[in-house]
Design a protein around this ligand. Structure first.
Ligand SMILES: Cc1cc2nc3c(=O)[nH]c(=O)nc-3n(C[C@H](O)[C@H](O)[C@H](O)COP(=O)(O)OP(=O)(O)OC[C@H]3O[C@@H](n4cnc5c(N)ncnc54)[C@H](O)[C@@H]3O)c2cc1C
Length: 393
């Protein structure tokens, strides 16, 4: 019998275990998670949006797996009677230049096979009377929101019932001669799968892999609306031209609360959620070095992004930016920060470019999932199914 050890109890680790168990029910699977519970990092700290898949380059893994992944997850959620808010999403333009880019987004979506509606202002008002756009907007009817922790909890119970073992509060240290060493124990293992989110790159480097990449964590802050949600759909701007983020937007949560975010604030360590907590020197030094280089050279418009993102750490500024997408929603009603998340964003050290797609690397009996950035939650089931079919025998 083969023994598989998965590092990381996020959505990628769990869905990976799901497919290994599906295709190889006799394999023994163990998930090692350093935290005491599921969803402590990106998988439990995201927007909970099931993306439709129109943003991504048609040749990318993101495009390939987002659409299929959204379908799979919606069915999984319905079968397991979990919560879902099928509130859709409007992408709005502020001027003719953005309208041009919005048209291109529509074309890309059509190329990717995503159902989208091109709306005039009258139609936009019918979908959501509070939303403001310049002439036209794009409506995605299949975009939905879910509760990520609920999905993780359901999936882990499902996996446990099939014999998958979870070792919480246990941290991967090394892998030598088919033995996994953790801070607590050792396990004989035929296949090691690294799904460690922001730490996946450091683990891959233990195997002399991913040498050209550096982790550049970006924090996503969220600001909550006080009172009853006045919007009917998620509202996004046309995404910025040269950063792999979607711009400040409104998300309606699964329980109909309204939030703004996430920002893309450069973070100083992989789990640097608040103040100076969790700033680790070993992570800070290279991050600061690369951020400084990107700032000076203004690579990926990093200088502009950094300045803008610092401003967005002020509640009123952030809320004012978002409220420009509406007809007069009061920014002062967004008062409380909620739990932030950190993107496991990789930088290519050779050209100082942010990697835009998922990365999978295999060496001997180890497999490494790198740069599992948004929409990796949406894409998770179809992405990991592909990995299992392609790389695991
Ligand atoms: C702010 C934000 C908003 C987002 N919004 C969306 C969205 O709306 N829709 C969408 O589809 N995607 C979204 N994403 C992306 C999505 O959340 C992530 O792509 C996805 O959760 C990545 O899952 P993961 O399993 O790779 O990582 P994680 O969830 O981070 O899991 C990795 C796990 O590995 C564990 N780990 C690390 N090192 C070790 C070790 N040495 N030993 C043991 N365990 C270890 C960590 O504790 C962690 O639990 C968003 C992400 C962020 C940050």
């Amino acid at each position: 019998m083969k023994r598989v050890c998965i590092i990381g109890g996020g959505i990628i680790g769990l869905t990976m275990a799901y497919w290994i168990n599906h295709f190889f029910p006799k394999y023994s699977i163990r998930i090692i998670e350093k935290e005491p519970a599921l969803g402590a990092h990106a998988s439990g700290r995201n927007s909970g949006v099931l993306h439709a898949g129109f943003y991504y380059n048609p040749d990318s893994l993101k495009a390939k797996f987002c659409i299929e992944g959204q379908d799979f997850l919606i069915n999984y959620i319905k079968e397991n009677k979990l919560s879902i808010n099928p509130c859709g999403k409007l992408i709005v333009a502020k001027d003719d230049e953005e309208l041009d880019r919005l048209r291109k987004l529509k074309e890309r979506g059509t190329q990717n096979g995503v159902a989208l509606e091109w709306c005039n202002e009258g139609r936009v008002s019918k979908i959501d009377p509070l939303v403001l756009t310049h002439k036209n907007a794009l409506f995605s009817p299949t975009t939905s929101t879910i509760n990520p922790i609920e999905v993780l909890t359901c999936l882990s119970a499902d996996l446990e019932s099939k014999g998958v073992r979870f070792n919480f509060k246990e941290s991967f240290s090394s892998f030598k001669n088919n033995i996994v060493h953790t801070n607590k124990d050792t396990y004989e293992t035929n296949l090691l799968i690294n799904c460690a989110g922001t730490y996946a790159i450091d683990i891959a480097k233990q195997f002399n892999m991913a040498k050209n990449y550096q982790m550049l964590p970006f924090k996503g802050l969220y600001l909550m609306f006080e009172g009853e949600n006045p919007l009917k759909t998620n509202v996004y701007p046309v995404p910025p031209k040269d950063a792999p983020f979607l711009g400040v937007h409104f998300t309606i949560t699964v329980d109909n609360k309204l939030k703004i975010g996430p920002t893309a604030t450069p973070a100083l360590s992989y789990e640097h959620y608040k103040g100076v907590e969790n700033i680790r020197l070993k992570e800070l030094i290279p991050i600061l070095g690369y951020e400084t280089a990107m700032f000076v050279l203004n690579k990926c418009f990093f200088r502009n992004l950094a300045v803008e993102e610092i401003l967005k750490c002020f509640k009123l500024y952030l809320a004012e930016q978002a409220c420009k997408l509406t007809k007069g929603l009061d920014p002062k009603l967004f008062t409380k920060w909620s739990k932030p998340g950190i993107r496991a964003q990789l930088l290519d050290k050779r050209n100082l470019r942010l990697l835009d797609d998922f990365v999978v690397e295999k060496k001997e009996n180890t497999l490494h999932i790198l740069n599992a950035v948004s929409p990796a939650f949406t894409a998770s089931f179809s992405f990991t199914r592909h990995i299992v079919e392609e790389y695991i025998v």
